[in-house]
Ligand binder design. Structure first.
Ligand code: FMN
Length: 315
């Protein structure tokens, strides 16, 4: 079985990052995850002068443990937007033995903090450094608002959705394979495919829980009215219900989907809906703008020929 070494970048005796790591060991006892306390490898701040007397024996021992491991879990406290000086010092020392200290093995990055972002900002920096230090970055997970989201007595994360996110990240390190993420265009393509396959559950699941939908006009609407604003995934369900209540879709063609920046995806095409109340065809070109977040549609704007709808809805 693969041996995973887990450690934190904290020298705080009451480290919350250590508690996060220990909660993983408690929850996944059979996974051969070994906790290493870097405080036991405490060494002076690196200096060339000290190195002239030799690399400290603790560092040599730690490097040996690294070479014997198959993968790494690092829970890194964020200090002013960066990893702690304590962690960086140990890495500096290790790098004097071999710059590629992670020996081409998978690395999972974790962090937690009392603040809402949980130290996520610095993991983006650490992710790049892990590659430079010879690691294969597989995934990252941050637990925000530690005091509210963590049960210190039971050493466990409280919100089920946070447990689920961590579980997915752990699956990545256990398999050693980075999670494959959909790019933004793929998210929108999958949305259309689900629609065309009639899989409304998947369509709904394409929306971010906190989504914002504008159907043609950015105005408040009554519940059954199709055009207007919908907020949250719950109202996205209403949006889909309103479409199917009003129309029998005869044709929906996607002509083009393209990325238009970091998070924006634009699409356009044509459709032909039969208006159920009149039996008349509502033919229109359409344009769709989506802002993608975490592989979900966070903001969705759909524009069609609303004047043609008025004609098709009139007997
Ligand atoms: C010098 C210093 C800088 C900090 N900077 C940040 C920061 O940039 N972001 C953050 O979320 N928390 C920051 N914190 C708060 C830490 O997240 C908090 O101290 C946490 O307990 C550190 O994790 P640990 O308990 O595992 O050491 C900072 C704390 C210290 C002492």
């Amino acid at each position: 079985m693969k041996k995973i070494i887990a450690f934190t970048g904290s020298n705080n005796p009451n480290s919350i990052n250590e508690k996060l790591v220990l909660s993983i060991l408690k929850k996944y006892p059979g996974q051969n995850i070994e906790f290493i306390d870097l405080k036991d490898f405490n060494v002076p701040i690196y200096s060339q002068e000290i190195e002239q007397n030799g690399i400290p024996k603790q560092i040599k021992k730690l490097f040996q443990l690294f070479t014997e491991a198959n993968a790494f879990i690092i829970a890194s406290p964020e200090h002013n937007g960066l990893p702690s000086a304590f962690l960086k010092n140990i890495i500096d020392w290790l790098s004097r033995i071999d710059q590629r200290i992670f020996c081409e093995k998978p690395v999972l990055l974790l962090s937690t903090s009392p603040g809402p972002t949980g130290g996520k900002t610095h993991l983006q920096i650490l992710e790049k450094l892990v590659l430079r230090w010879g690691g294969l970055f597989v995934e990252q997970y941050s637990l925000g608002s530690f005091d509210q989201n963590f049960d210190k007595n039971n050493l466990s994360i409280i919100p089920p959705e946070e447990n689920e996110k961590l579980k997915i990240a752990l699956q990545a390190i256990m398999s050693g394979v980075p999670l494959t993420k959909k790019n933004n265009v793929e998210v929108v393509k999958d949305y259309f495919n689900s629609f065309q396959n009639g899989n409304m559950e998947q369509v709904l699941n394409s929306f971010h829980p906190d989504c914002y939908i504008v159907s043609v006009k950015e105005e408040e609407r009554s519940k059954e009215e199709l055009h207007g604003i919908y907020r949250t995934q719950e109202e996205a369900k209403q949006f889909l219900n309103n479409i199917t209540a009003l129309f029998n879709t005869k044709d929906f063609t996607v002509n083009h989907i393209s990325s238009a920046g970091d998070h924006l995806v634009m699409a356009n095409g044509t459709f032909s809906h039969e208006v159920k109340s009149t039996g008349k065809l509502f033919n229109s070109t359409w344009a769709q703008l989506c802002i993608i977040k975490d592989e979900k549609i966070k903001e969705y704007r759909f524009y069609e020929d609303s004047a043609a709808l008025v004609v098709a809805s009139t007997l």
